[in-house]
Write a protein that binds this ligand. Sequence first.
Ligand SMILES: *Cc1c(COP(=O)(O)O)cnc(C)c1O
Length: 395
Amino acid sequence: MPGFEIFGDEERKEVNEVLETGILFRYGFEPSRKGRFKAVRFEEKLKKITGAGFAHLCSSGTAALSTALAACGIGAGDEVIVPPFTFVATFEAVLSAGAVPVFSEIDDTLCLDPEKLDSVLTERTKAVLPVHMCGAMARIDEIRDFCRNRGLVLIEDACQSVGGFFNGRSLGTFGDMGCFSFDFVKTVTCGEGGAIVTNGKELYQKADQYSDHGHDHLGGSDRGADDHPVMGLNYRTSELHAAVGVAQLEKLDQIISLQRENKKIIKEALEAYPEVSFRTIPDASGDTATFLTFFLPDENKAAQTAAKLSEQQIPCPYWYRNNWHYFANWHHLKQMKRTARLPLEVLQQVPDYSKVRLEQSDAVMKRALSMQIMLSWTKEDIENRIEKLHTVFKG
Ligand SMILES: *Cc1c(COP(=O)(O)O)cnc(C)c1O
């Protein structure tokens, strides 16, 4: 999965070009920068890959989510529907916007179940924030239709799924905005980084402004001459990070095709076992293949299998019990542990998350194990892995 596995001369060359000029800032300094604009190049490339009209690089995927929420007008007291299986950044961004994360069930796509959205809808619902988990897509066409029919904002958290498509359309481009992460363990890395994509010019402008203290970037090379249509924050990234990302994005096709090859071989080996079934992927041809997720018949079998795989040095995250990507393990959220009162507490609108029950999601996650697909595996590594899988599953 992670782009860091193939960090090489290409990344070094791009970074060195920035170091040569010493201009680590993405804006201005034209006389010294020799025409080198790494963040801009990254954005151009990301637009090409996704087909989005606009892209904007931020300092992280979390920053991209916060920027997207701000640009889409999500704030105090607004309810945002999110899945219980995601990285914590998804609900953190909603909370920090002063909005209320409302958890809705996932199905065996591991993503939001479009048919369950209605059951958590209230008059305060403002947006749906589906997450394309583990490199593959939600039933995003149905979620989009749900949002359209009810006039809701749709923001996609595609942080784990750059390069993923559904029916030929890039993930992140189905709604108002899409967010990507380029942190160190993602498919493509900047070291730290994230981005929003959108087809809305005004949304893009708001995101561009919000992520840089409200600057409209129309003052030419004099930053002081910029106007400030809105207040914002600093969610910029540096040219050094962008430079790494430029080289990494060039490798995206290669990364995904290698992942697909590796995943296919492992999946075929597991298909021999009738007790194993697989995650539903609504469009398998658009899977980025960062993970192979499979289901065991019940919770006991899943827990036992996870332990046996781990003994064989094949760790497969059992998210339900031992990983904090799932709601069941977010004790800090359930106890509302925070450094200070949250904006939404001022509105006295804090739900008691310890009382939230997600039975359908639990039933999915209790049976699910995921194997991360690595780029660095050799043929031998894969053969060994398959042999060990047979040891575990025959036993
Ligand atoms: C990684 C990730 C994020 C946050 O990205 P960072 O760049 O680490 O801030 C958000 N959502 C999901 C689903 C992620 O996997």
